[in-house]
Design a binder for this molecule. Structure first.
Ligand code: NDP
Length: 277
């Protein structure tokens, strides 16, 4: 049976096996999809062993997306632009095709599932890691009025600004640098919620915000979404829809079919609540 996995550290929280199993059933594919824990200093070693044991493809999650970019021997255009890879397809002669489906997943969730129009909007993207860099180009392609990137380590946000400066109106810095500005949409692409922590976002930045989005998927409000709620924001969304949409794009790359996502998003939300209770 064809074997796929999601590789990361930590990895036990991942719902990718659940999602891909739903996709496989829906499209009549026979495949096995598991989780793969890689030591922090052992990403390449773990990928090689998985491949030698017959693995066909991988999803890559925190904190290995930059290492995955370096390991790929061929890149899709969107992965090359992101400098980060979340999907591997193993090919002949030891080639590895690296793709990045995070951005299209996020944009599909925001614009189609949540029906939120991005053109002209002011967007604050928090974080400058693999997830953030993967979504910048697809967000800019939606022509927001401004895309501001805030990061705890501001140099990384400034580096992303410089990387994408020719693709739209983009700026970068520390959270404090954006005090006094108003954002229609705030997206948390930090890994703080994974550790139950709150990024250092000033409360004032939520003033007038229509939608607050945390990329982490969870059965309960993350500290970030809770904080946004105390600031009066009512439209609070977690990353369940993005997760399913980016998985659907990976499935398309591997199998040539784009699975239906709406029912799977619903099923995943039910599953998350079931395991939380
Ligand atoms: P990385 O490890 O590459 O980057 C982590 C980022 O988070 C860095 O910018 C880091 O800042 C910042 N950060 C970490 N802790 C804190 C904190 N306490 N306060 C402020 N900033 C913090 O991770 P990824 O970019 O790969 O993943 C980020 C998140 O996105 C994860 O929670 C992941 O689960 C989620 N995700 C969800 C997806 C979905 O489909 N729903 C898809 C992809 C990712 P610094 O540079 O200063 O260290």
């Amino acid at each position: 049976m064809d074997t796929y996995a999601v590789i990361g550290n930590p990895i036990t929280h991942s719902k990718s096996p659940f999602i891909h199993t739903q996709f496989a059933q829906q499209t009549g594919r026979s495949m096995c999809y598991t989780t793969l824990l890689a030591p922090l200093d052992g990403f390449e070693r773990t990928v090689t062993t998985f491949r030698e044991n017959g693995g066909i493809g991988l999803n890559i999650t925190v904190p290995f997306k930059f290492e995955a970019y370096a390991l790929a021997t061929r890149l899709t255009d969107r992965a090359r632009a992101a400098h980060a890879v979340n999907t591997f397809r193993f090919e002949q002669e030891n080639e590895i095709l690296g793709d990045n489906t995070d951005g299209v997943g996020l944009v599909r969730d925001i614009t189609i599932n949540l029906d939120f129009a991005l053109p002209g909007k002011h967007v604050l993207l928090m974080g400058a890691g693999g997830a953030a860099s993967g979504v910048i180009l697809p967000l800019l392609q939606q022509k927001p009025g401004l895309l501001a990137i805030a990061n705890r380590t501001p140099d990384k946000a400034i580096a992303l600004q410089q990387q994408f400066v020719n693709h739209g109106n983009i700026t970068g810095g520390h959270y404090q640098d954006f005090i006094g500005q108003q954002f229609d949409l705030i997206i948390n692409a930090t890994s703080a919620s994974l550790h139950n922590a709150l990024p250092p976002i000033p409360a004032d930045l939520f003033h007038g915000t229509a939608l607050v989005y945390d990329m982490l998927y969870s059965s309960k409000l993350t500290p970030f979404l809770e904080f946004a709620s105390t600031q009066g924001v009512t439209n609070l969304v977690d990353g369940t829809g993005m997760l399913v949409e980016q998985a659907a794009e990976s499935f398309l790359l591997w199998h040539g079919i784009r699975p239906e996502t709406q029912n799977v998003i619903r099923q995943l939300r039910d599953e998350l609540h079931l395991h939380a209770s």
